[in-house]
Ligand binder design. Sequence first.
Ligand code: 26Q
Length: 823
Amino acid sequence: AWKRAQTTGFRGTEGFEKEFVRHVETTLGRSMFNCDENAAYSATSLAFRDRLILDWNRTQQRQTYIDSKRVYYLSLEFLMGRALDNAMLNIGLKDTAKVGLADLGFRIEDIIQQEHDAALGNGGLGRLAACFLDSLASLDFPAWGYGLRYRYGIFKQEIIDGYQMEVPDYWLDFNPWEFPRHDVTVDIQFYGQVRKQTDDTGKTVSVWEGGELVEAVAYDVPIPGYDTPTTNNLRLWSSKASGGEFDFQKFNNGDYESSVADQQRAETISAVLYPNDNLERGKELRLKQQYFWVAASLYDIVRRFKKSKRPWSEFPDQVAIQLNDTHPTLAIVELQRILVDIEGLAWDQAWEIVTSTFGYTNHTVLPEALEKWPVGLVQHLLPRHLQIIYDINLFFLQAVEKAFPDDRDMLRRVSIIEESQPKMVRMAFLAIVGSHKVNGVAELHSDLIKTTIFKDFVEIYGPDKFTNVTNGITPRRWLHQANPRLSELISSRLGGNGFLKDLNGLNKLELLADDKEFRKEWSEIKYANKVRLAKHIKDTMGVTVNPASLFDVQVKRIHEYKRQQLNIFGVIHRYLALKAMKPEERKKQLPRVSIFGGKAAPGYWMAKQIIHLINAVGAVVNKDGDIGDLLKVVFLEDYNVSKAEIICPASDISEHISTAGTEASGTSNMKFVLNGGLIIGTCDGANIEITREIGDNNIFLFGNLAEDVEDLRHTHTYGSHTIDPDLDKVFKEIEKGTFGTPHDFSAMIAAVRDHGDYYLVSDDFHSYIETHKLVDEAYRNQDDWVSKCIISVARMGFFSSDRCINEYAESIWNIEPLAMKDC
Ligand code: 26Q
């Protein structure tokens, strides 16, 4: 077995302390007498970073030496959260650090909390990429992530007078987890024009010239696997002006200001993460970000391949590239351009290599989220790429025409170019045409894309090109790190930590579901986690909540399709019901805390209104003396990864209530169940597979099915649409001004009453309320409730991102693990 302590570990607690002191006194230039918690965080991180680097170098050297096939995961988002706790746990030296820090007068929890989240993502898609990196390293797969090093991650959310305010997230002040590689740079070209010329052999070649250059600089982040020396790499690109700090010509001409302005313009490319989640808005800078990152990454990948001196035909034997949504689709075009224009391969040979290399993951069926770019914009920014896109489209449509000679409309429907005003490049279609596999992220979702948005492509390519890989989460962060006491309890009963790398091992817990002593310990841990969250709520929002109440949680990006409005309308309904009761009846009710959290895209007005209503309801309910502990409503500010680590372990019931057919998968549903909470949800995304795994008596499902949504919407628009009577009472209460100026919420109500209720809030309301009654009843029987929780956790093995990564490796990437030899 591999022993970290003998290779890259510390020499015991003393060894750690020595390293700590060395970093405080030399690297940080401080004395131990004025070492505050922040300095202690820095020193601890640096000490652990030193350990990581050794394994990282060894891993990279070995991967290069063996020349095994590697996967490159291209994602514009990596929502990593904090790194220190993760590094300590994965390396296996957290206990050493804990004792060492205590010796030095610090509590390890306080030190961990000093770290600023790496928040380079919006939500599910970005966090999925982070879980995948953890699994890839833990399973010893040769893998790199490629992303952008945003100077500003997702904004910090402040709630002021019940409204969301956005504050920039400047997180790079001190980041010990990244290594600038000032020697690894790539010049990236934009704009300019294309000239055709004939080469010595008489062949016509395209030369892209002119325009402007921006320099990409690599920053590397080590990704440690759990209980393995394998340490992979996440390479993030940062932009700066090409050719050093100044344009010397301008500088010498005395045009100092404009040379500084050029510099700033170049740096703008990697300045900020776009805060839209599931919404596409064709901004030129976003397209620039995409090409900048894709071109730098491909240059890097191709450079490495060329060093190996293998023939081009073997490129797909060395390289697999996974596209995390359509954001990196230009990579397909860029690789084709490199192979044809620069390396001189024939079109067909190049195209064969390209399509064997790429896989594309779709994360949405929402029409407003499907990426499209105006042809004119692509033409202006990337003139040669637009030509290549047109050629790809031409050859593709020719093949389609041949296969479907009688279907003229098919060509219009599947064309990569949408013949609209203005014409648009359909990125999802380009991604499908340029990849060998396309996958959705949960069974329902993968079926839906095959029968709706990509139906024609299934006809064209056959069904085998389309597949499903149900999402997963890493149990290291989402159980072991977030819920150390539960992890320890489980490990004490299963006889070790093995489940953290083989999550199916949890199934042995099922035998303990009726064990009194086990249930008691289980409940105590849940209660302690609720106390911790209650303290957080008190400290940040000033609201006192009783940890003995049922904690009902909905935390995720705010979006109409995720239906936080359904939840808050349900809360108002509960409030009205409580108010209508006689005091003695009221006393019999189960106390609840409704906890919300999540960011709205800054330009998404309706989402911001929803946040406002939640806060307005909280302001009234929380101070209502009739109600007391029976109902509290809290909106937690600035939901992010490190807050999720506190919230998930503290939930009794969490809400995953999207309109059926709209949530591709969802992954927080998995986090909550794995932490011993039950869920209320619609038959959507991964909820369906969670139900299959844990059993339908352990989940609270409600609402209309995906297959009925279309008809219901049709009825709203063309037939009659009557609002659920209980929901109508809720609306009338809002309109009476109970929660402040009614006008503030009139658009939310109108969306349901007057504008077709696209998200079926009214259709699902009754079923939602009734199902919450079942939740209350079930919670009253704590023995049964806890048994359900234990059984659910026992059956969650399937949702490990390890299972998910193994499926990608086998069915899409064709890669094998490369374990490090014992050193
Ligand atoms: C696109 C164009 C321009 C600007 C921004 C965007 C953009 C950015 C982020 C579009 C989409 C996203 C993020 C999408 C996302 O997080 N999707 C979620 O992915 C999860 C992982 O597969 C699923 O579990 C969720 O169901 C899905 O909503």
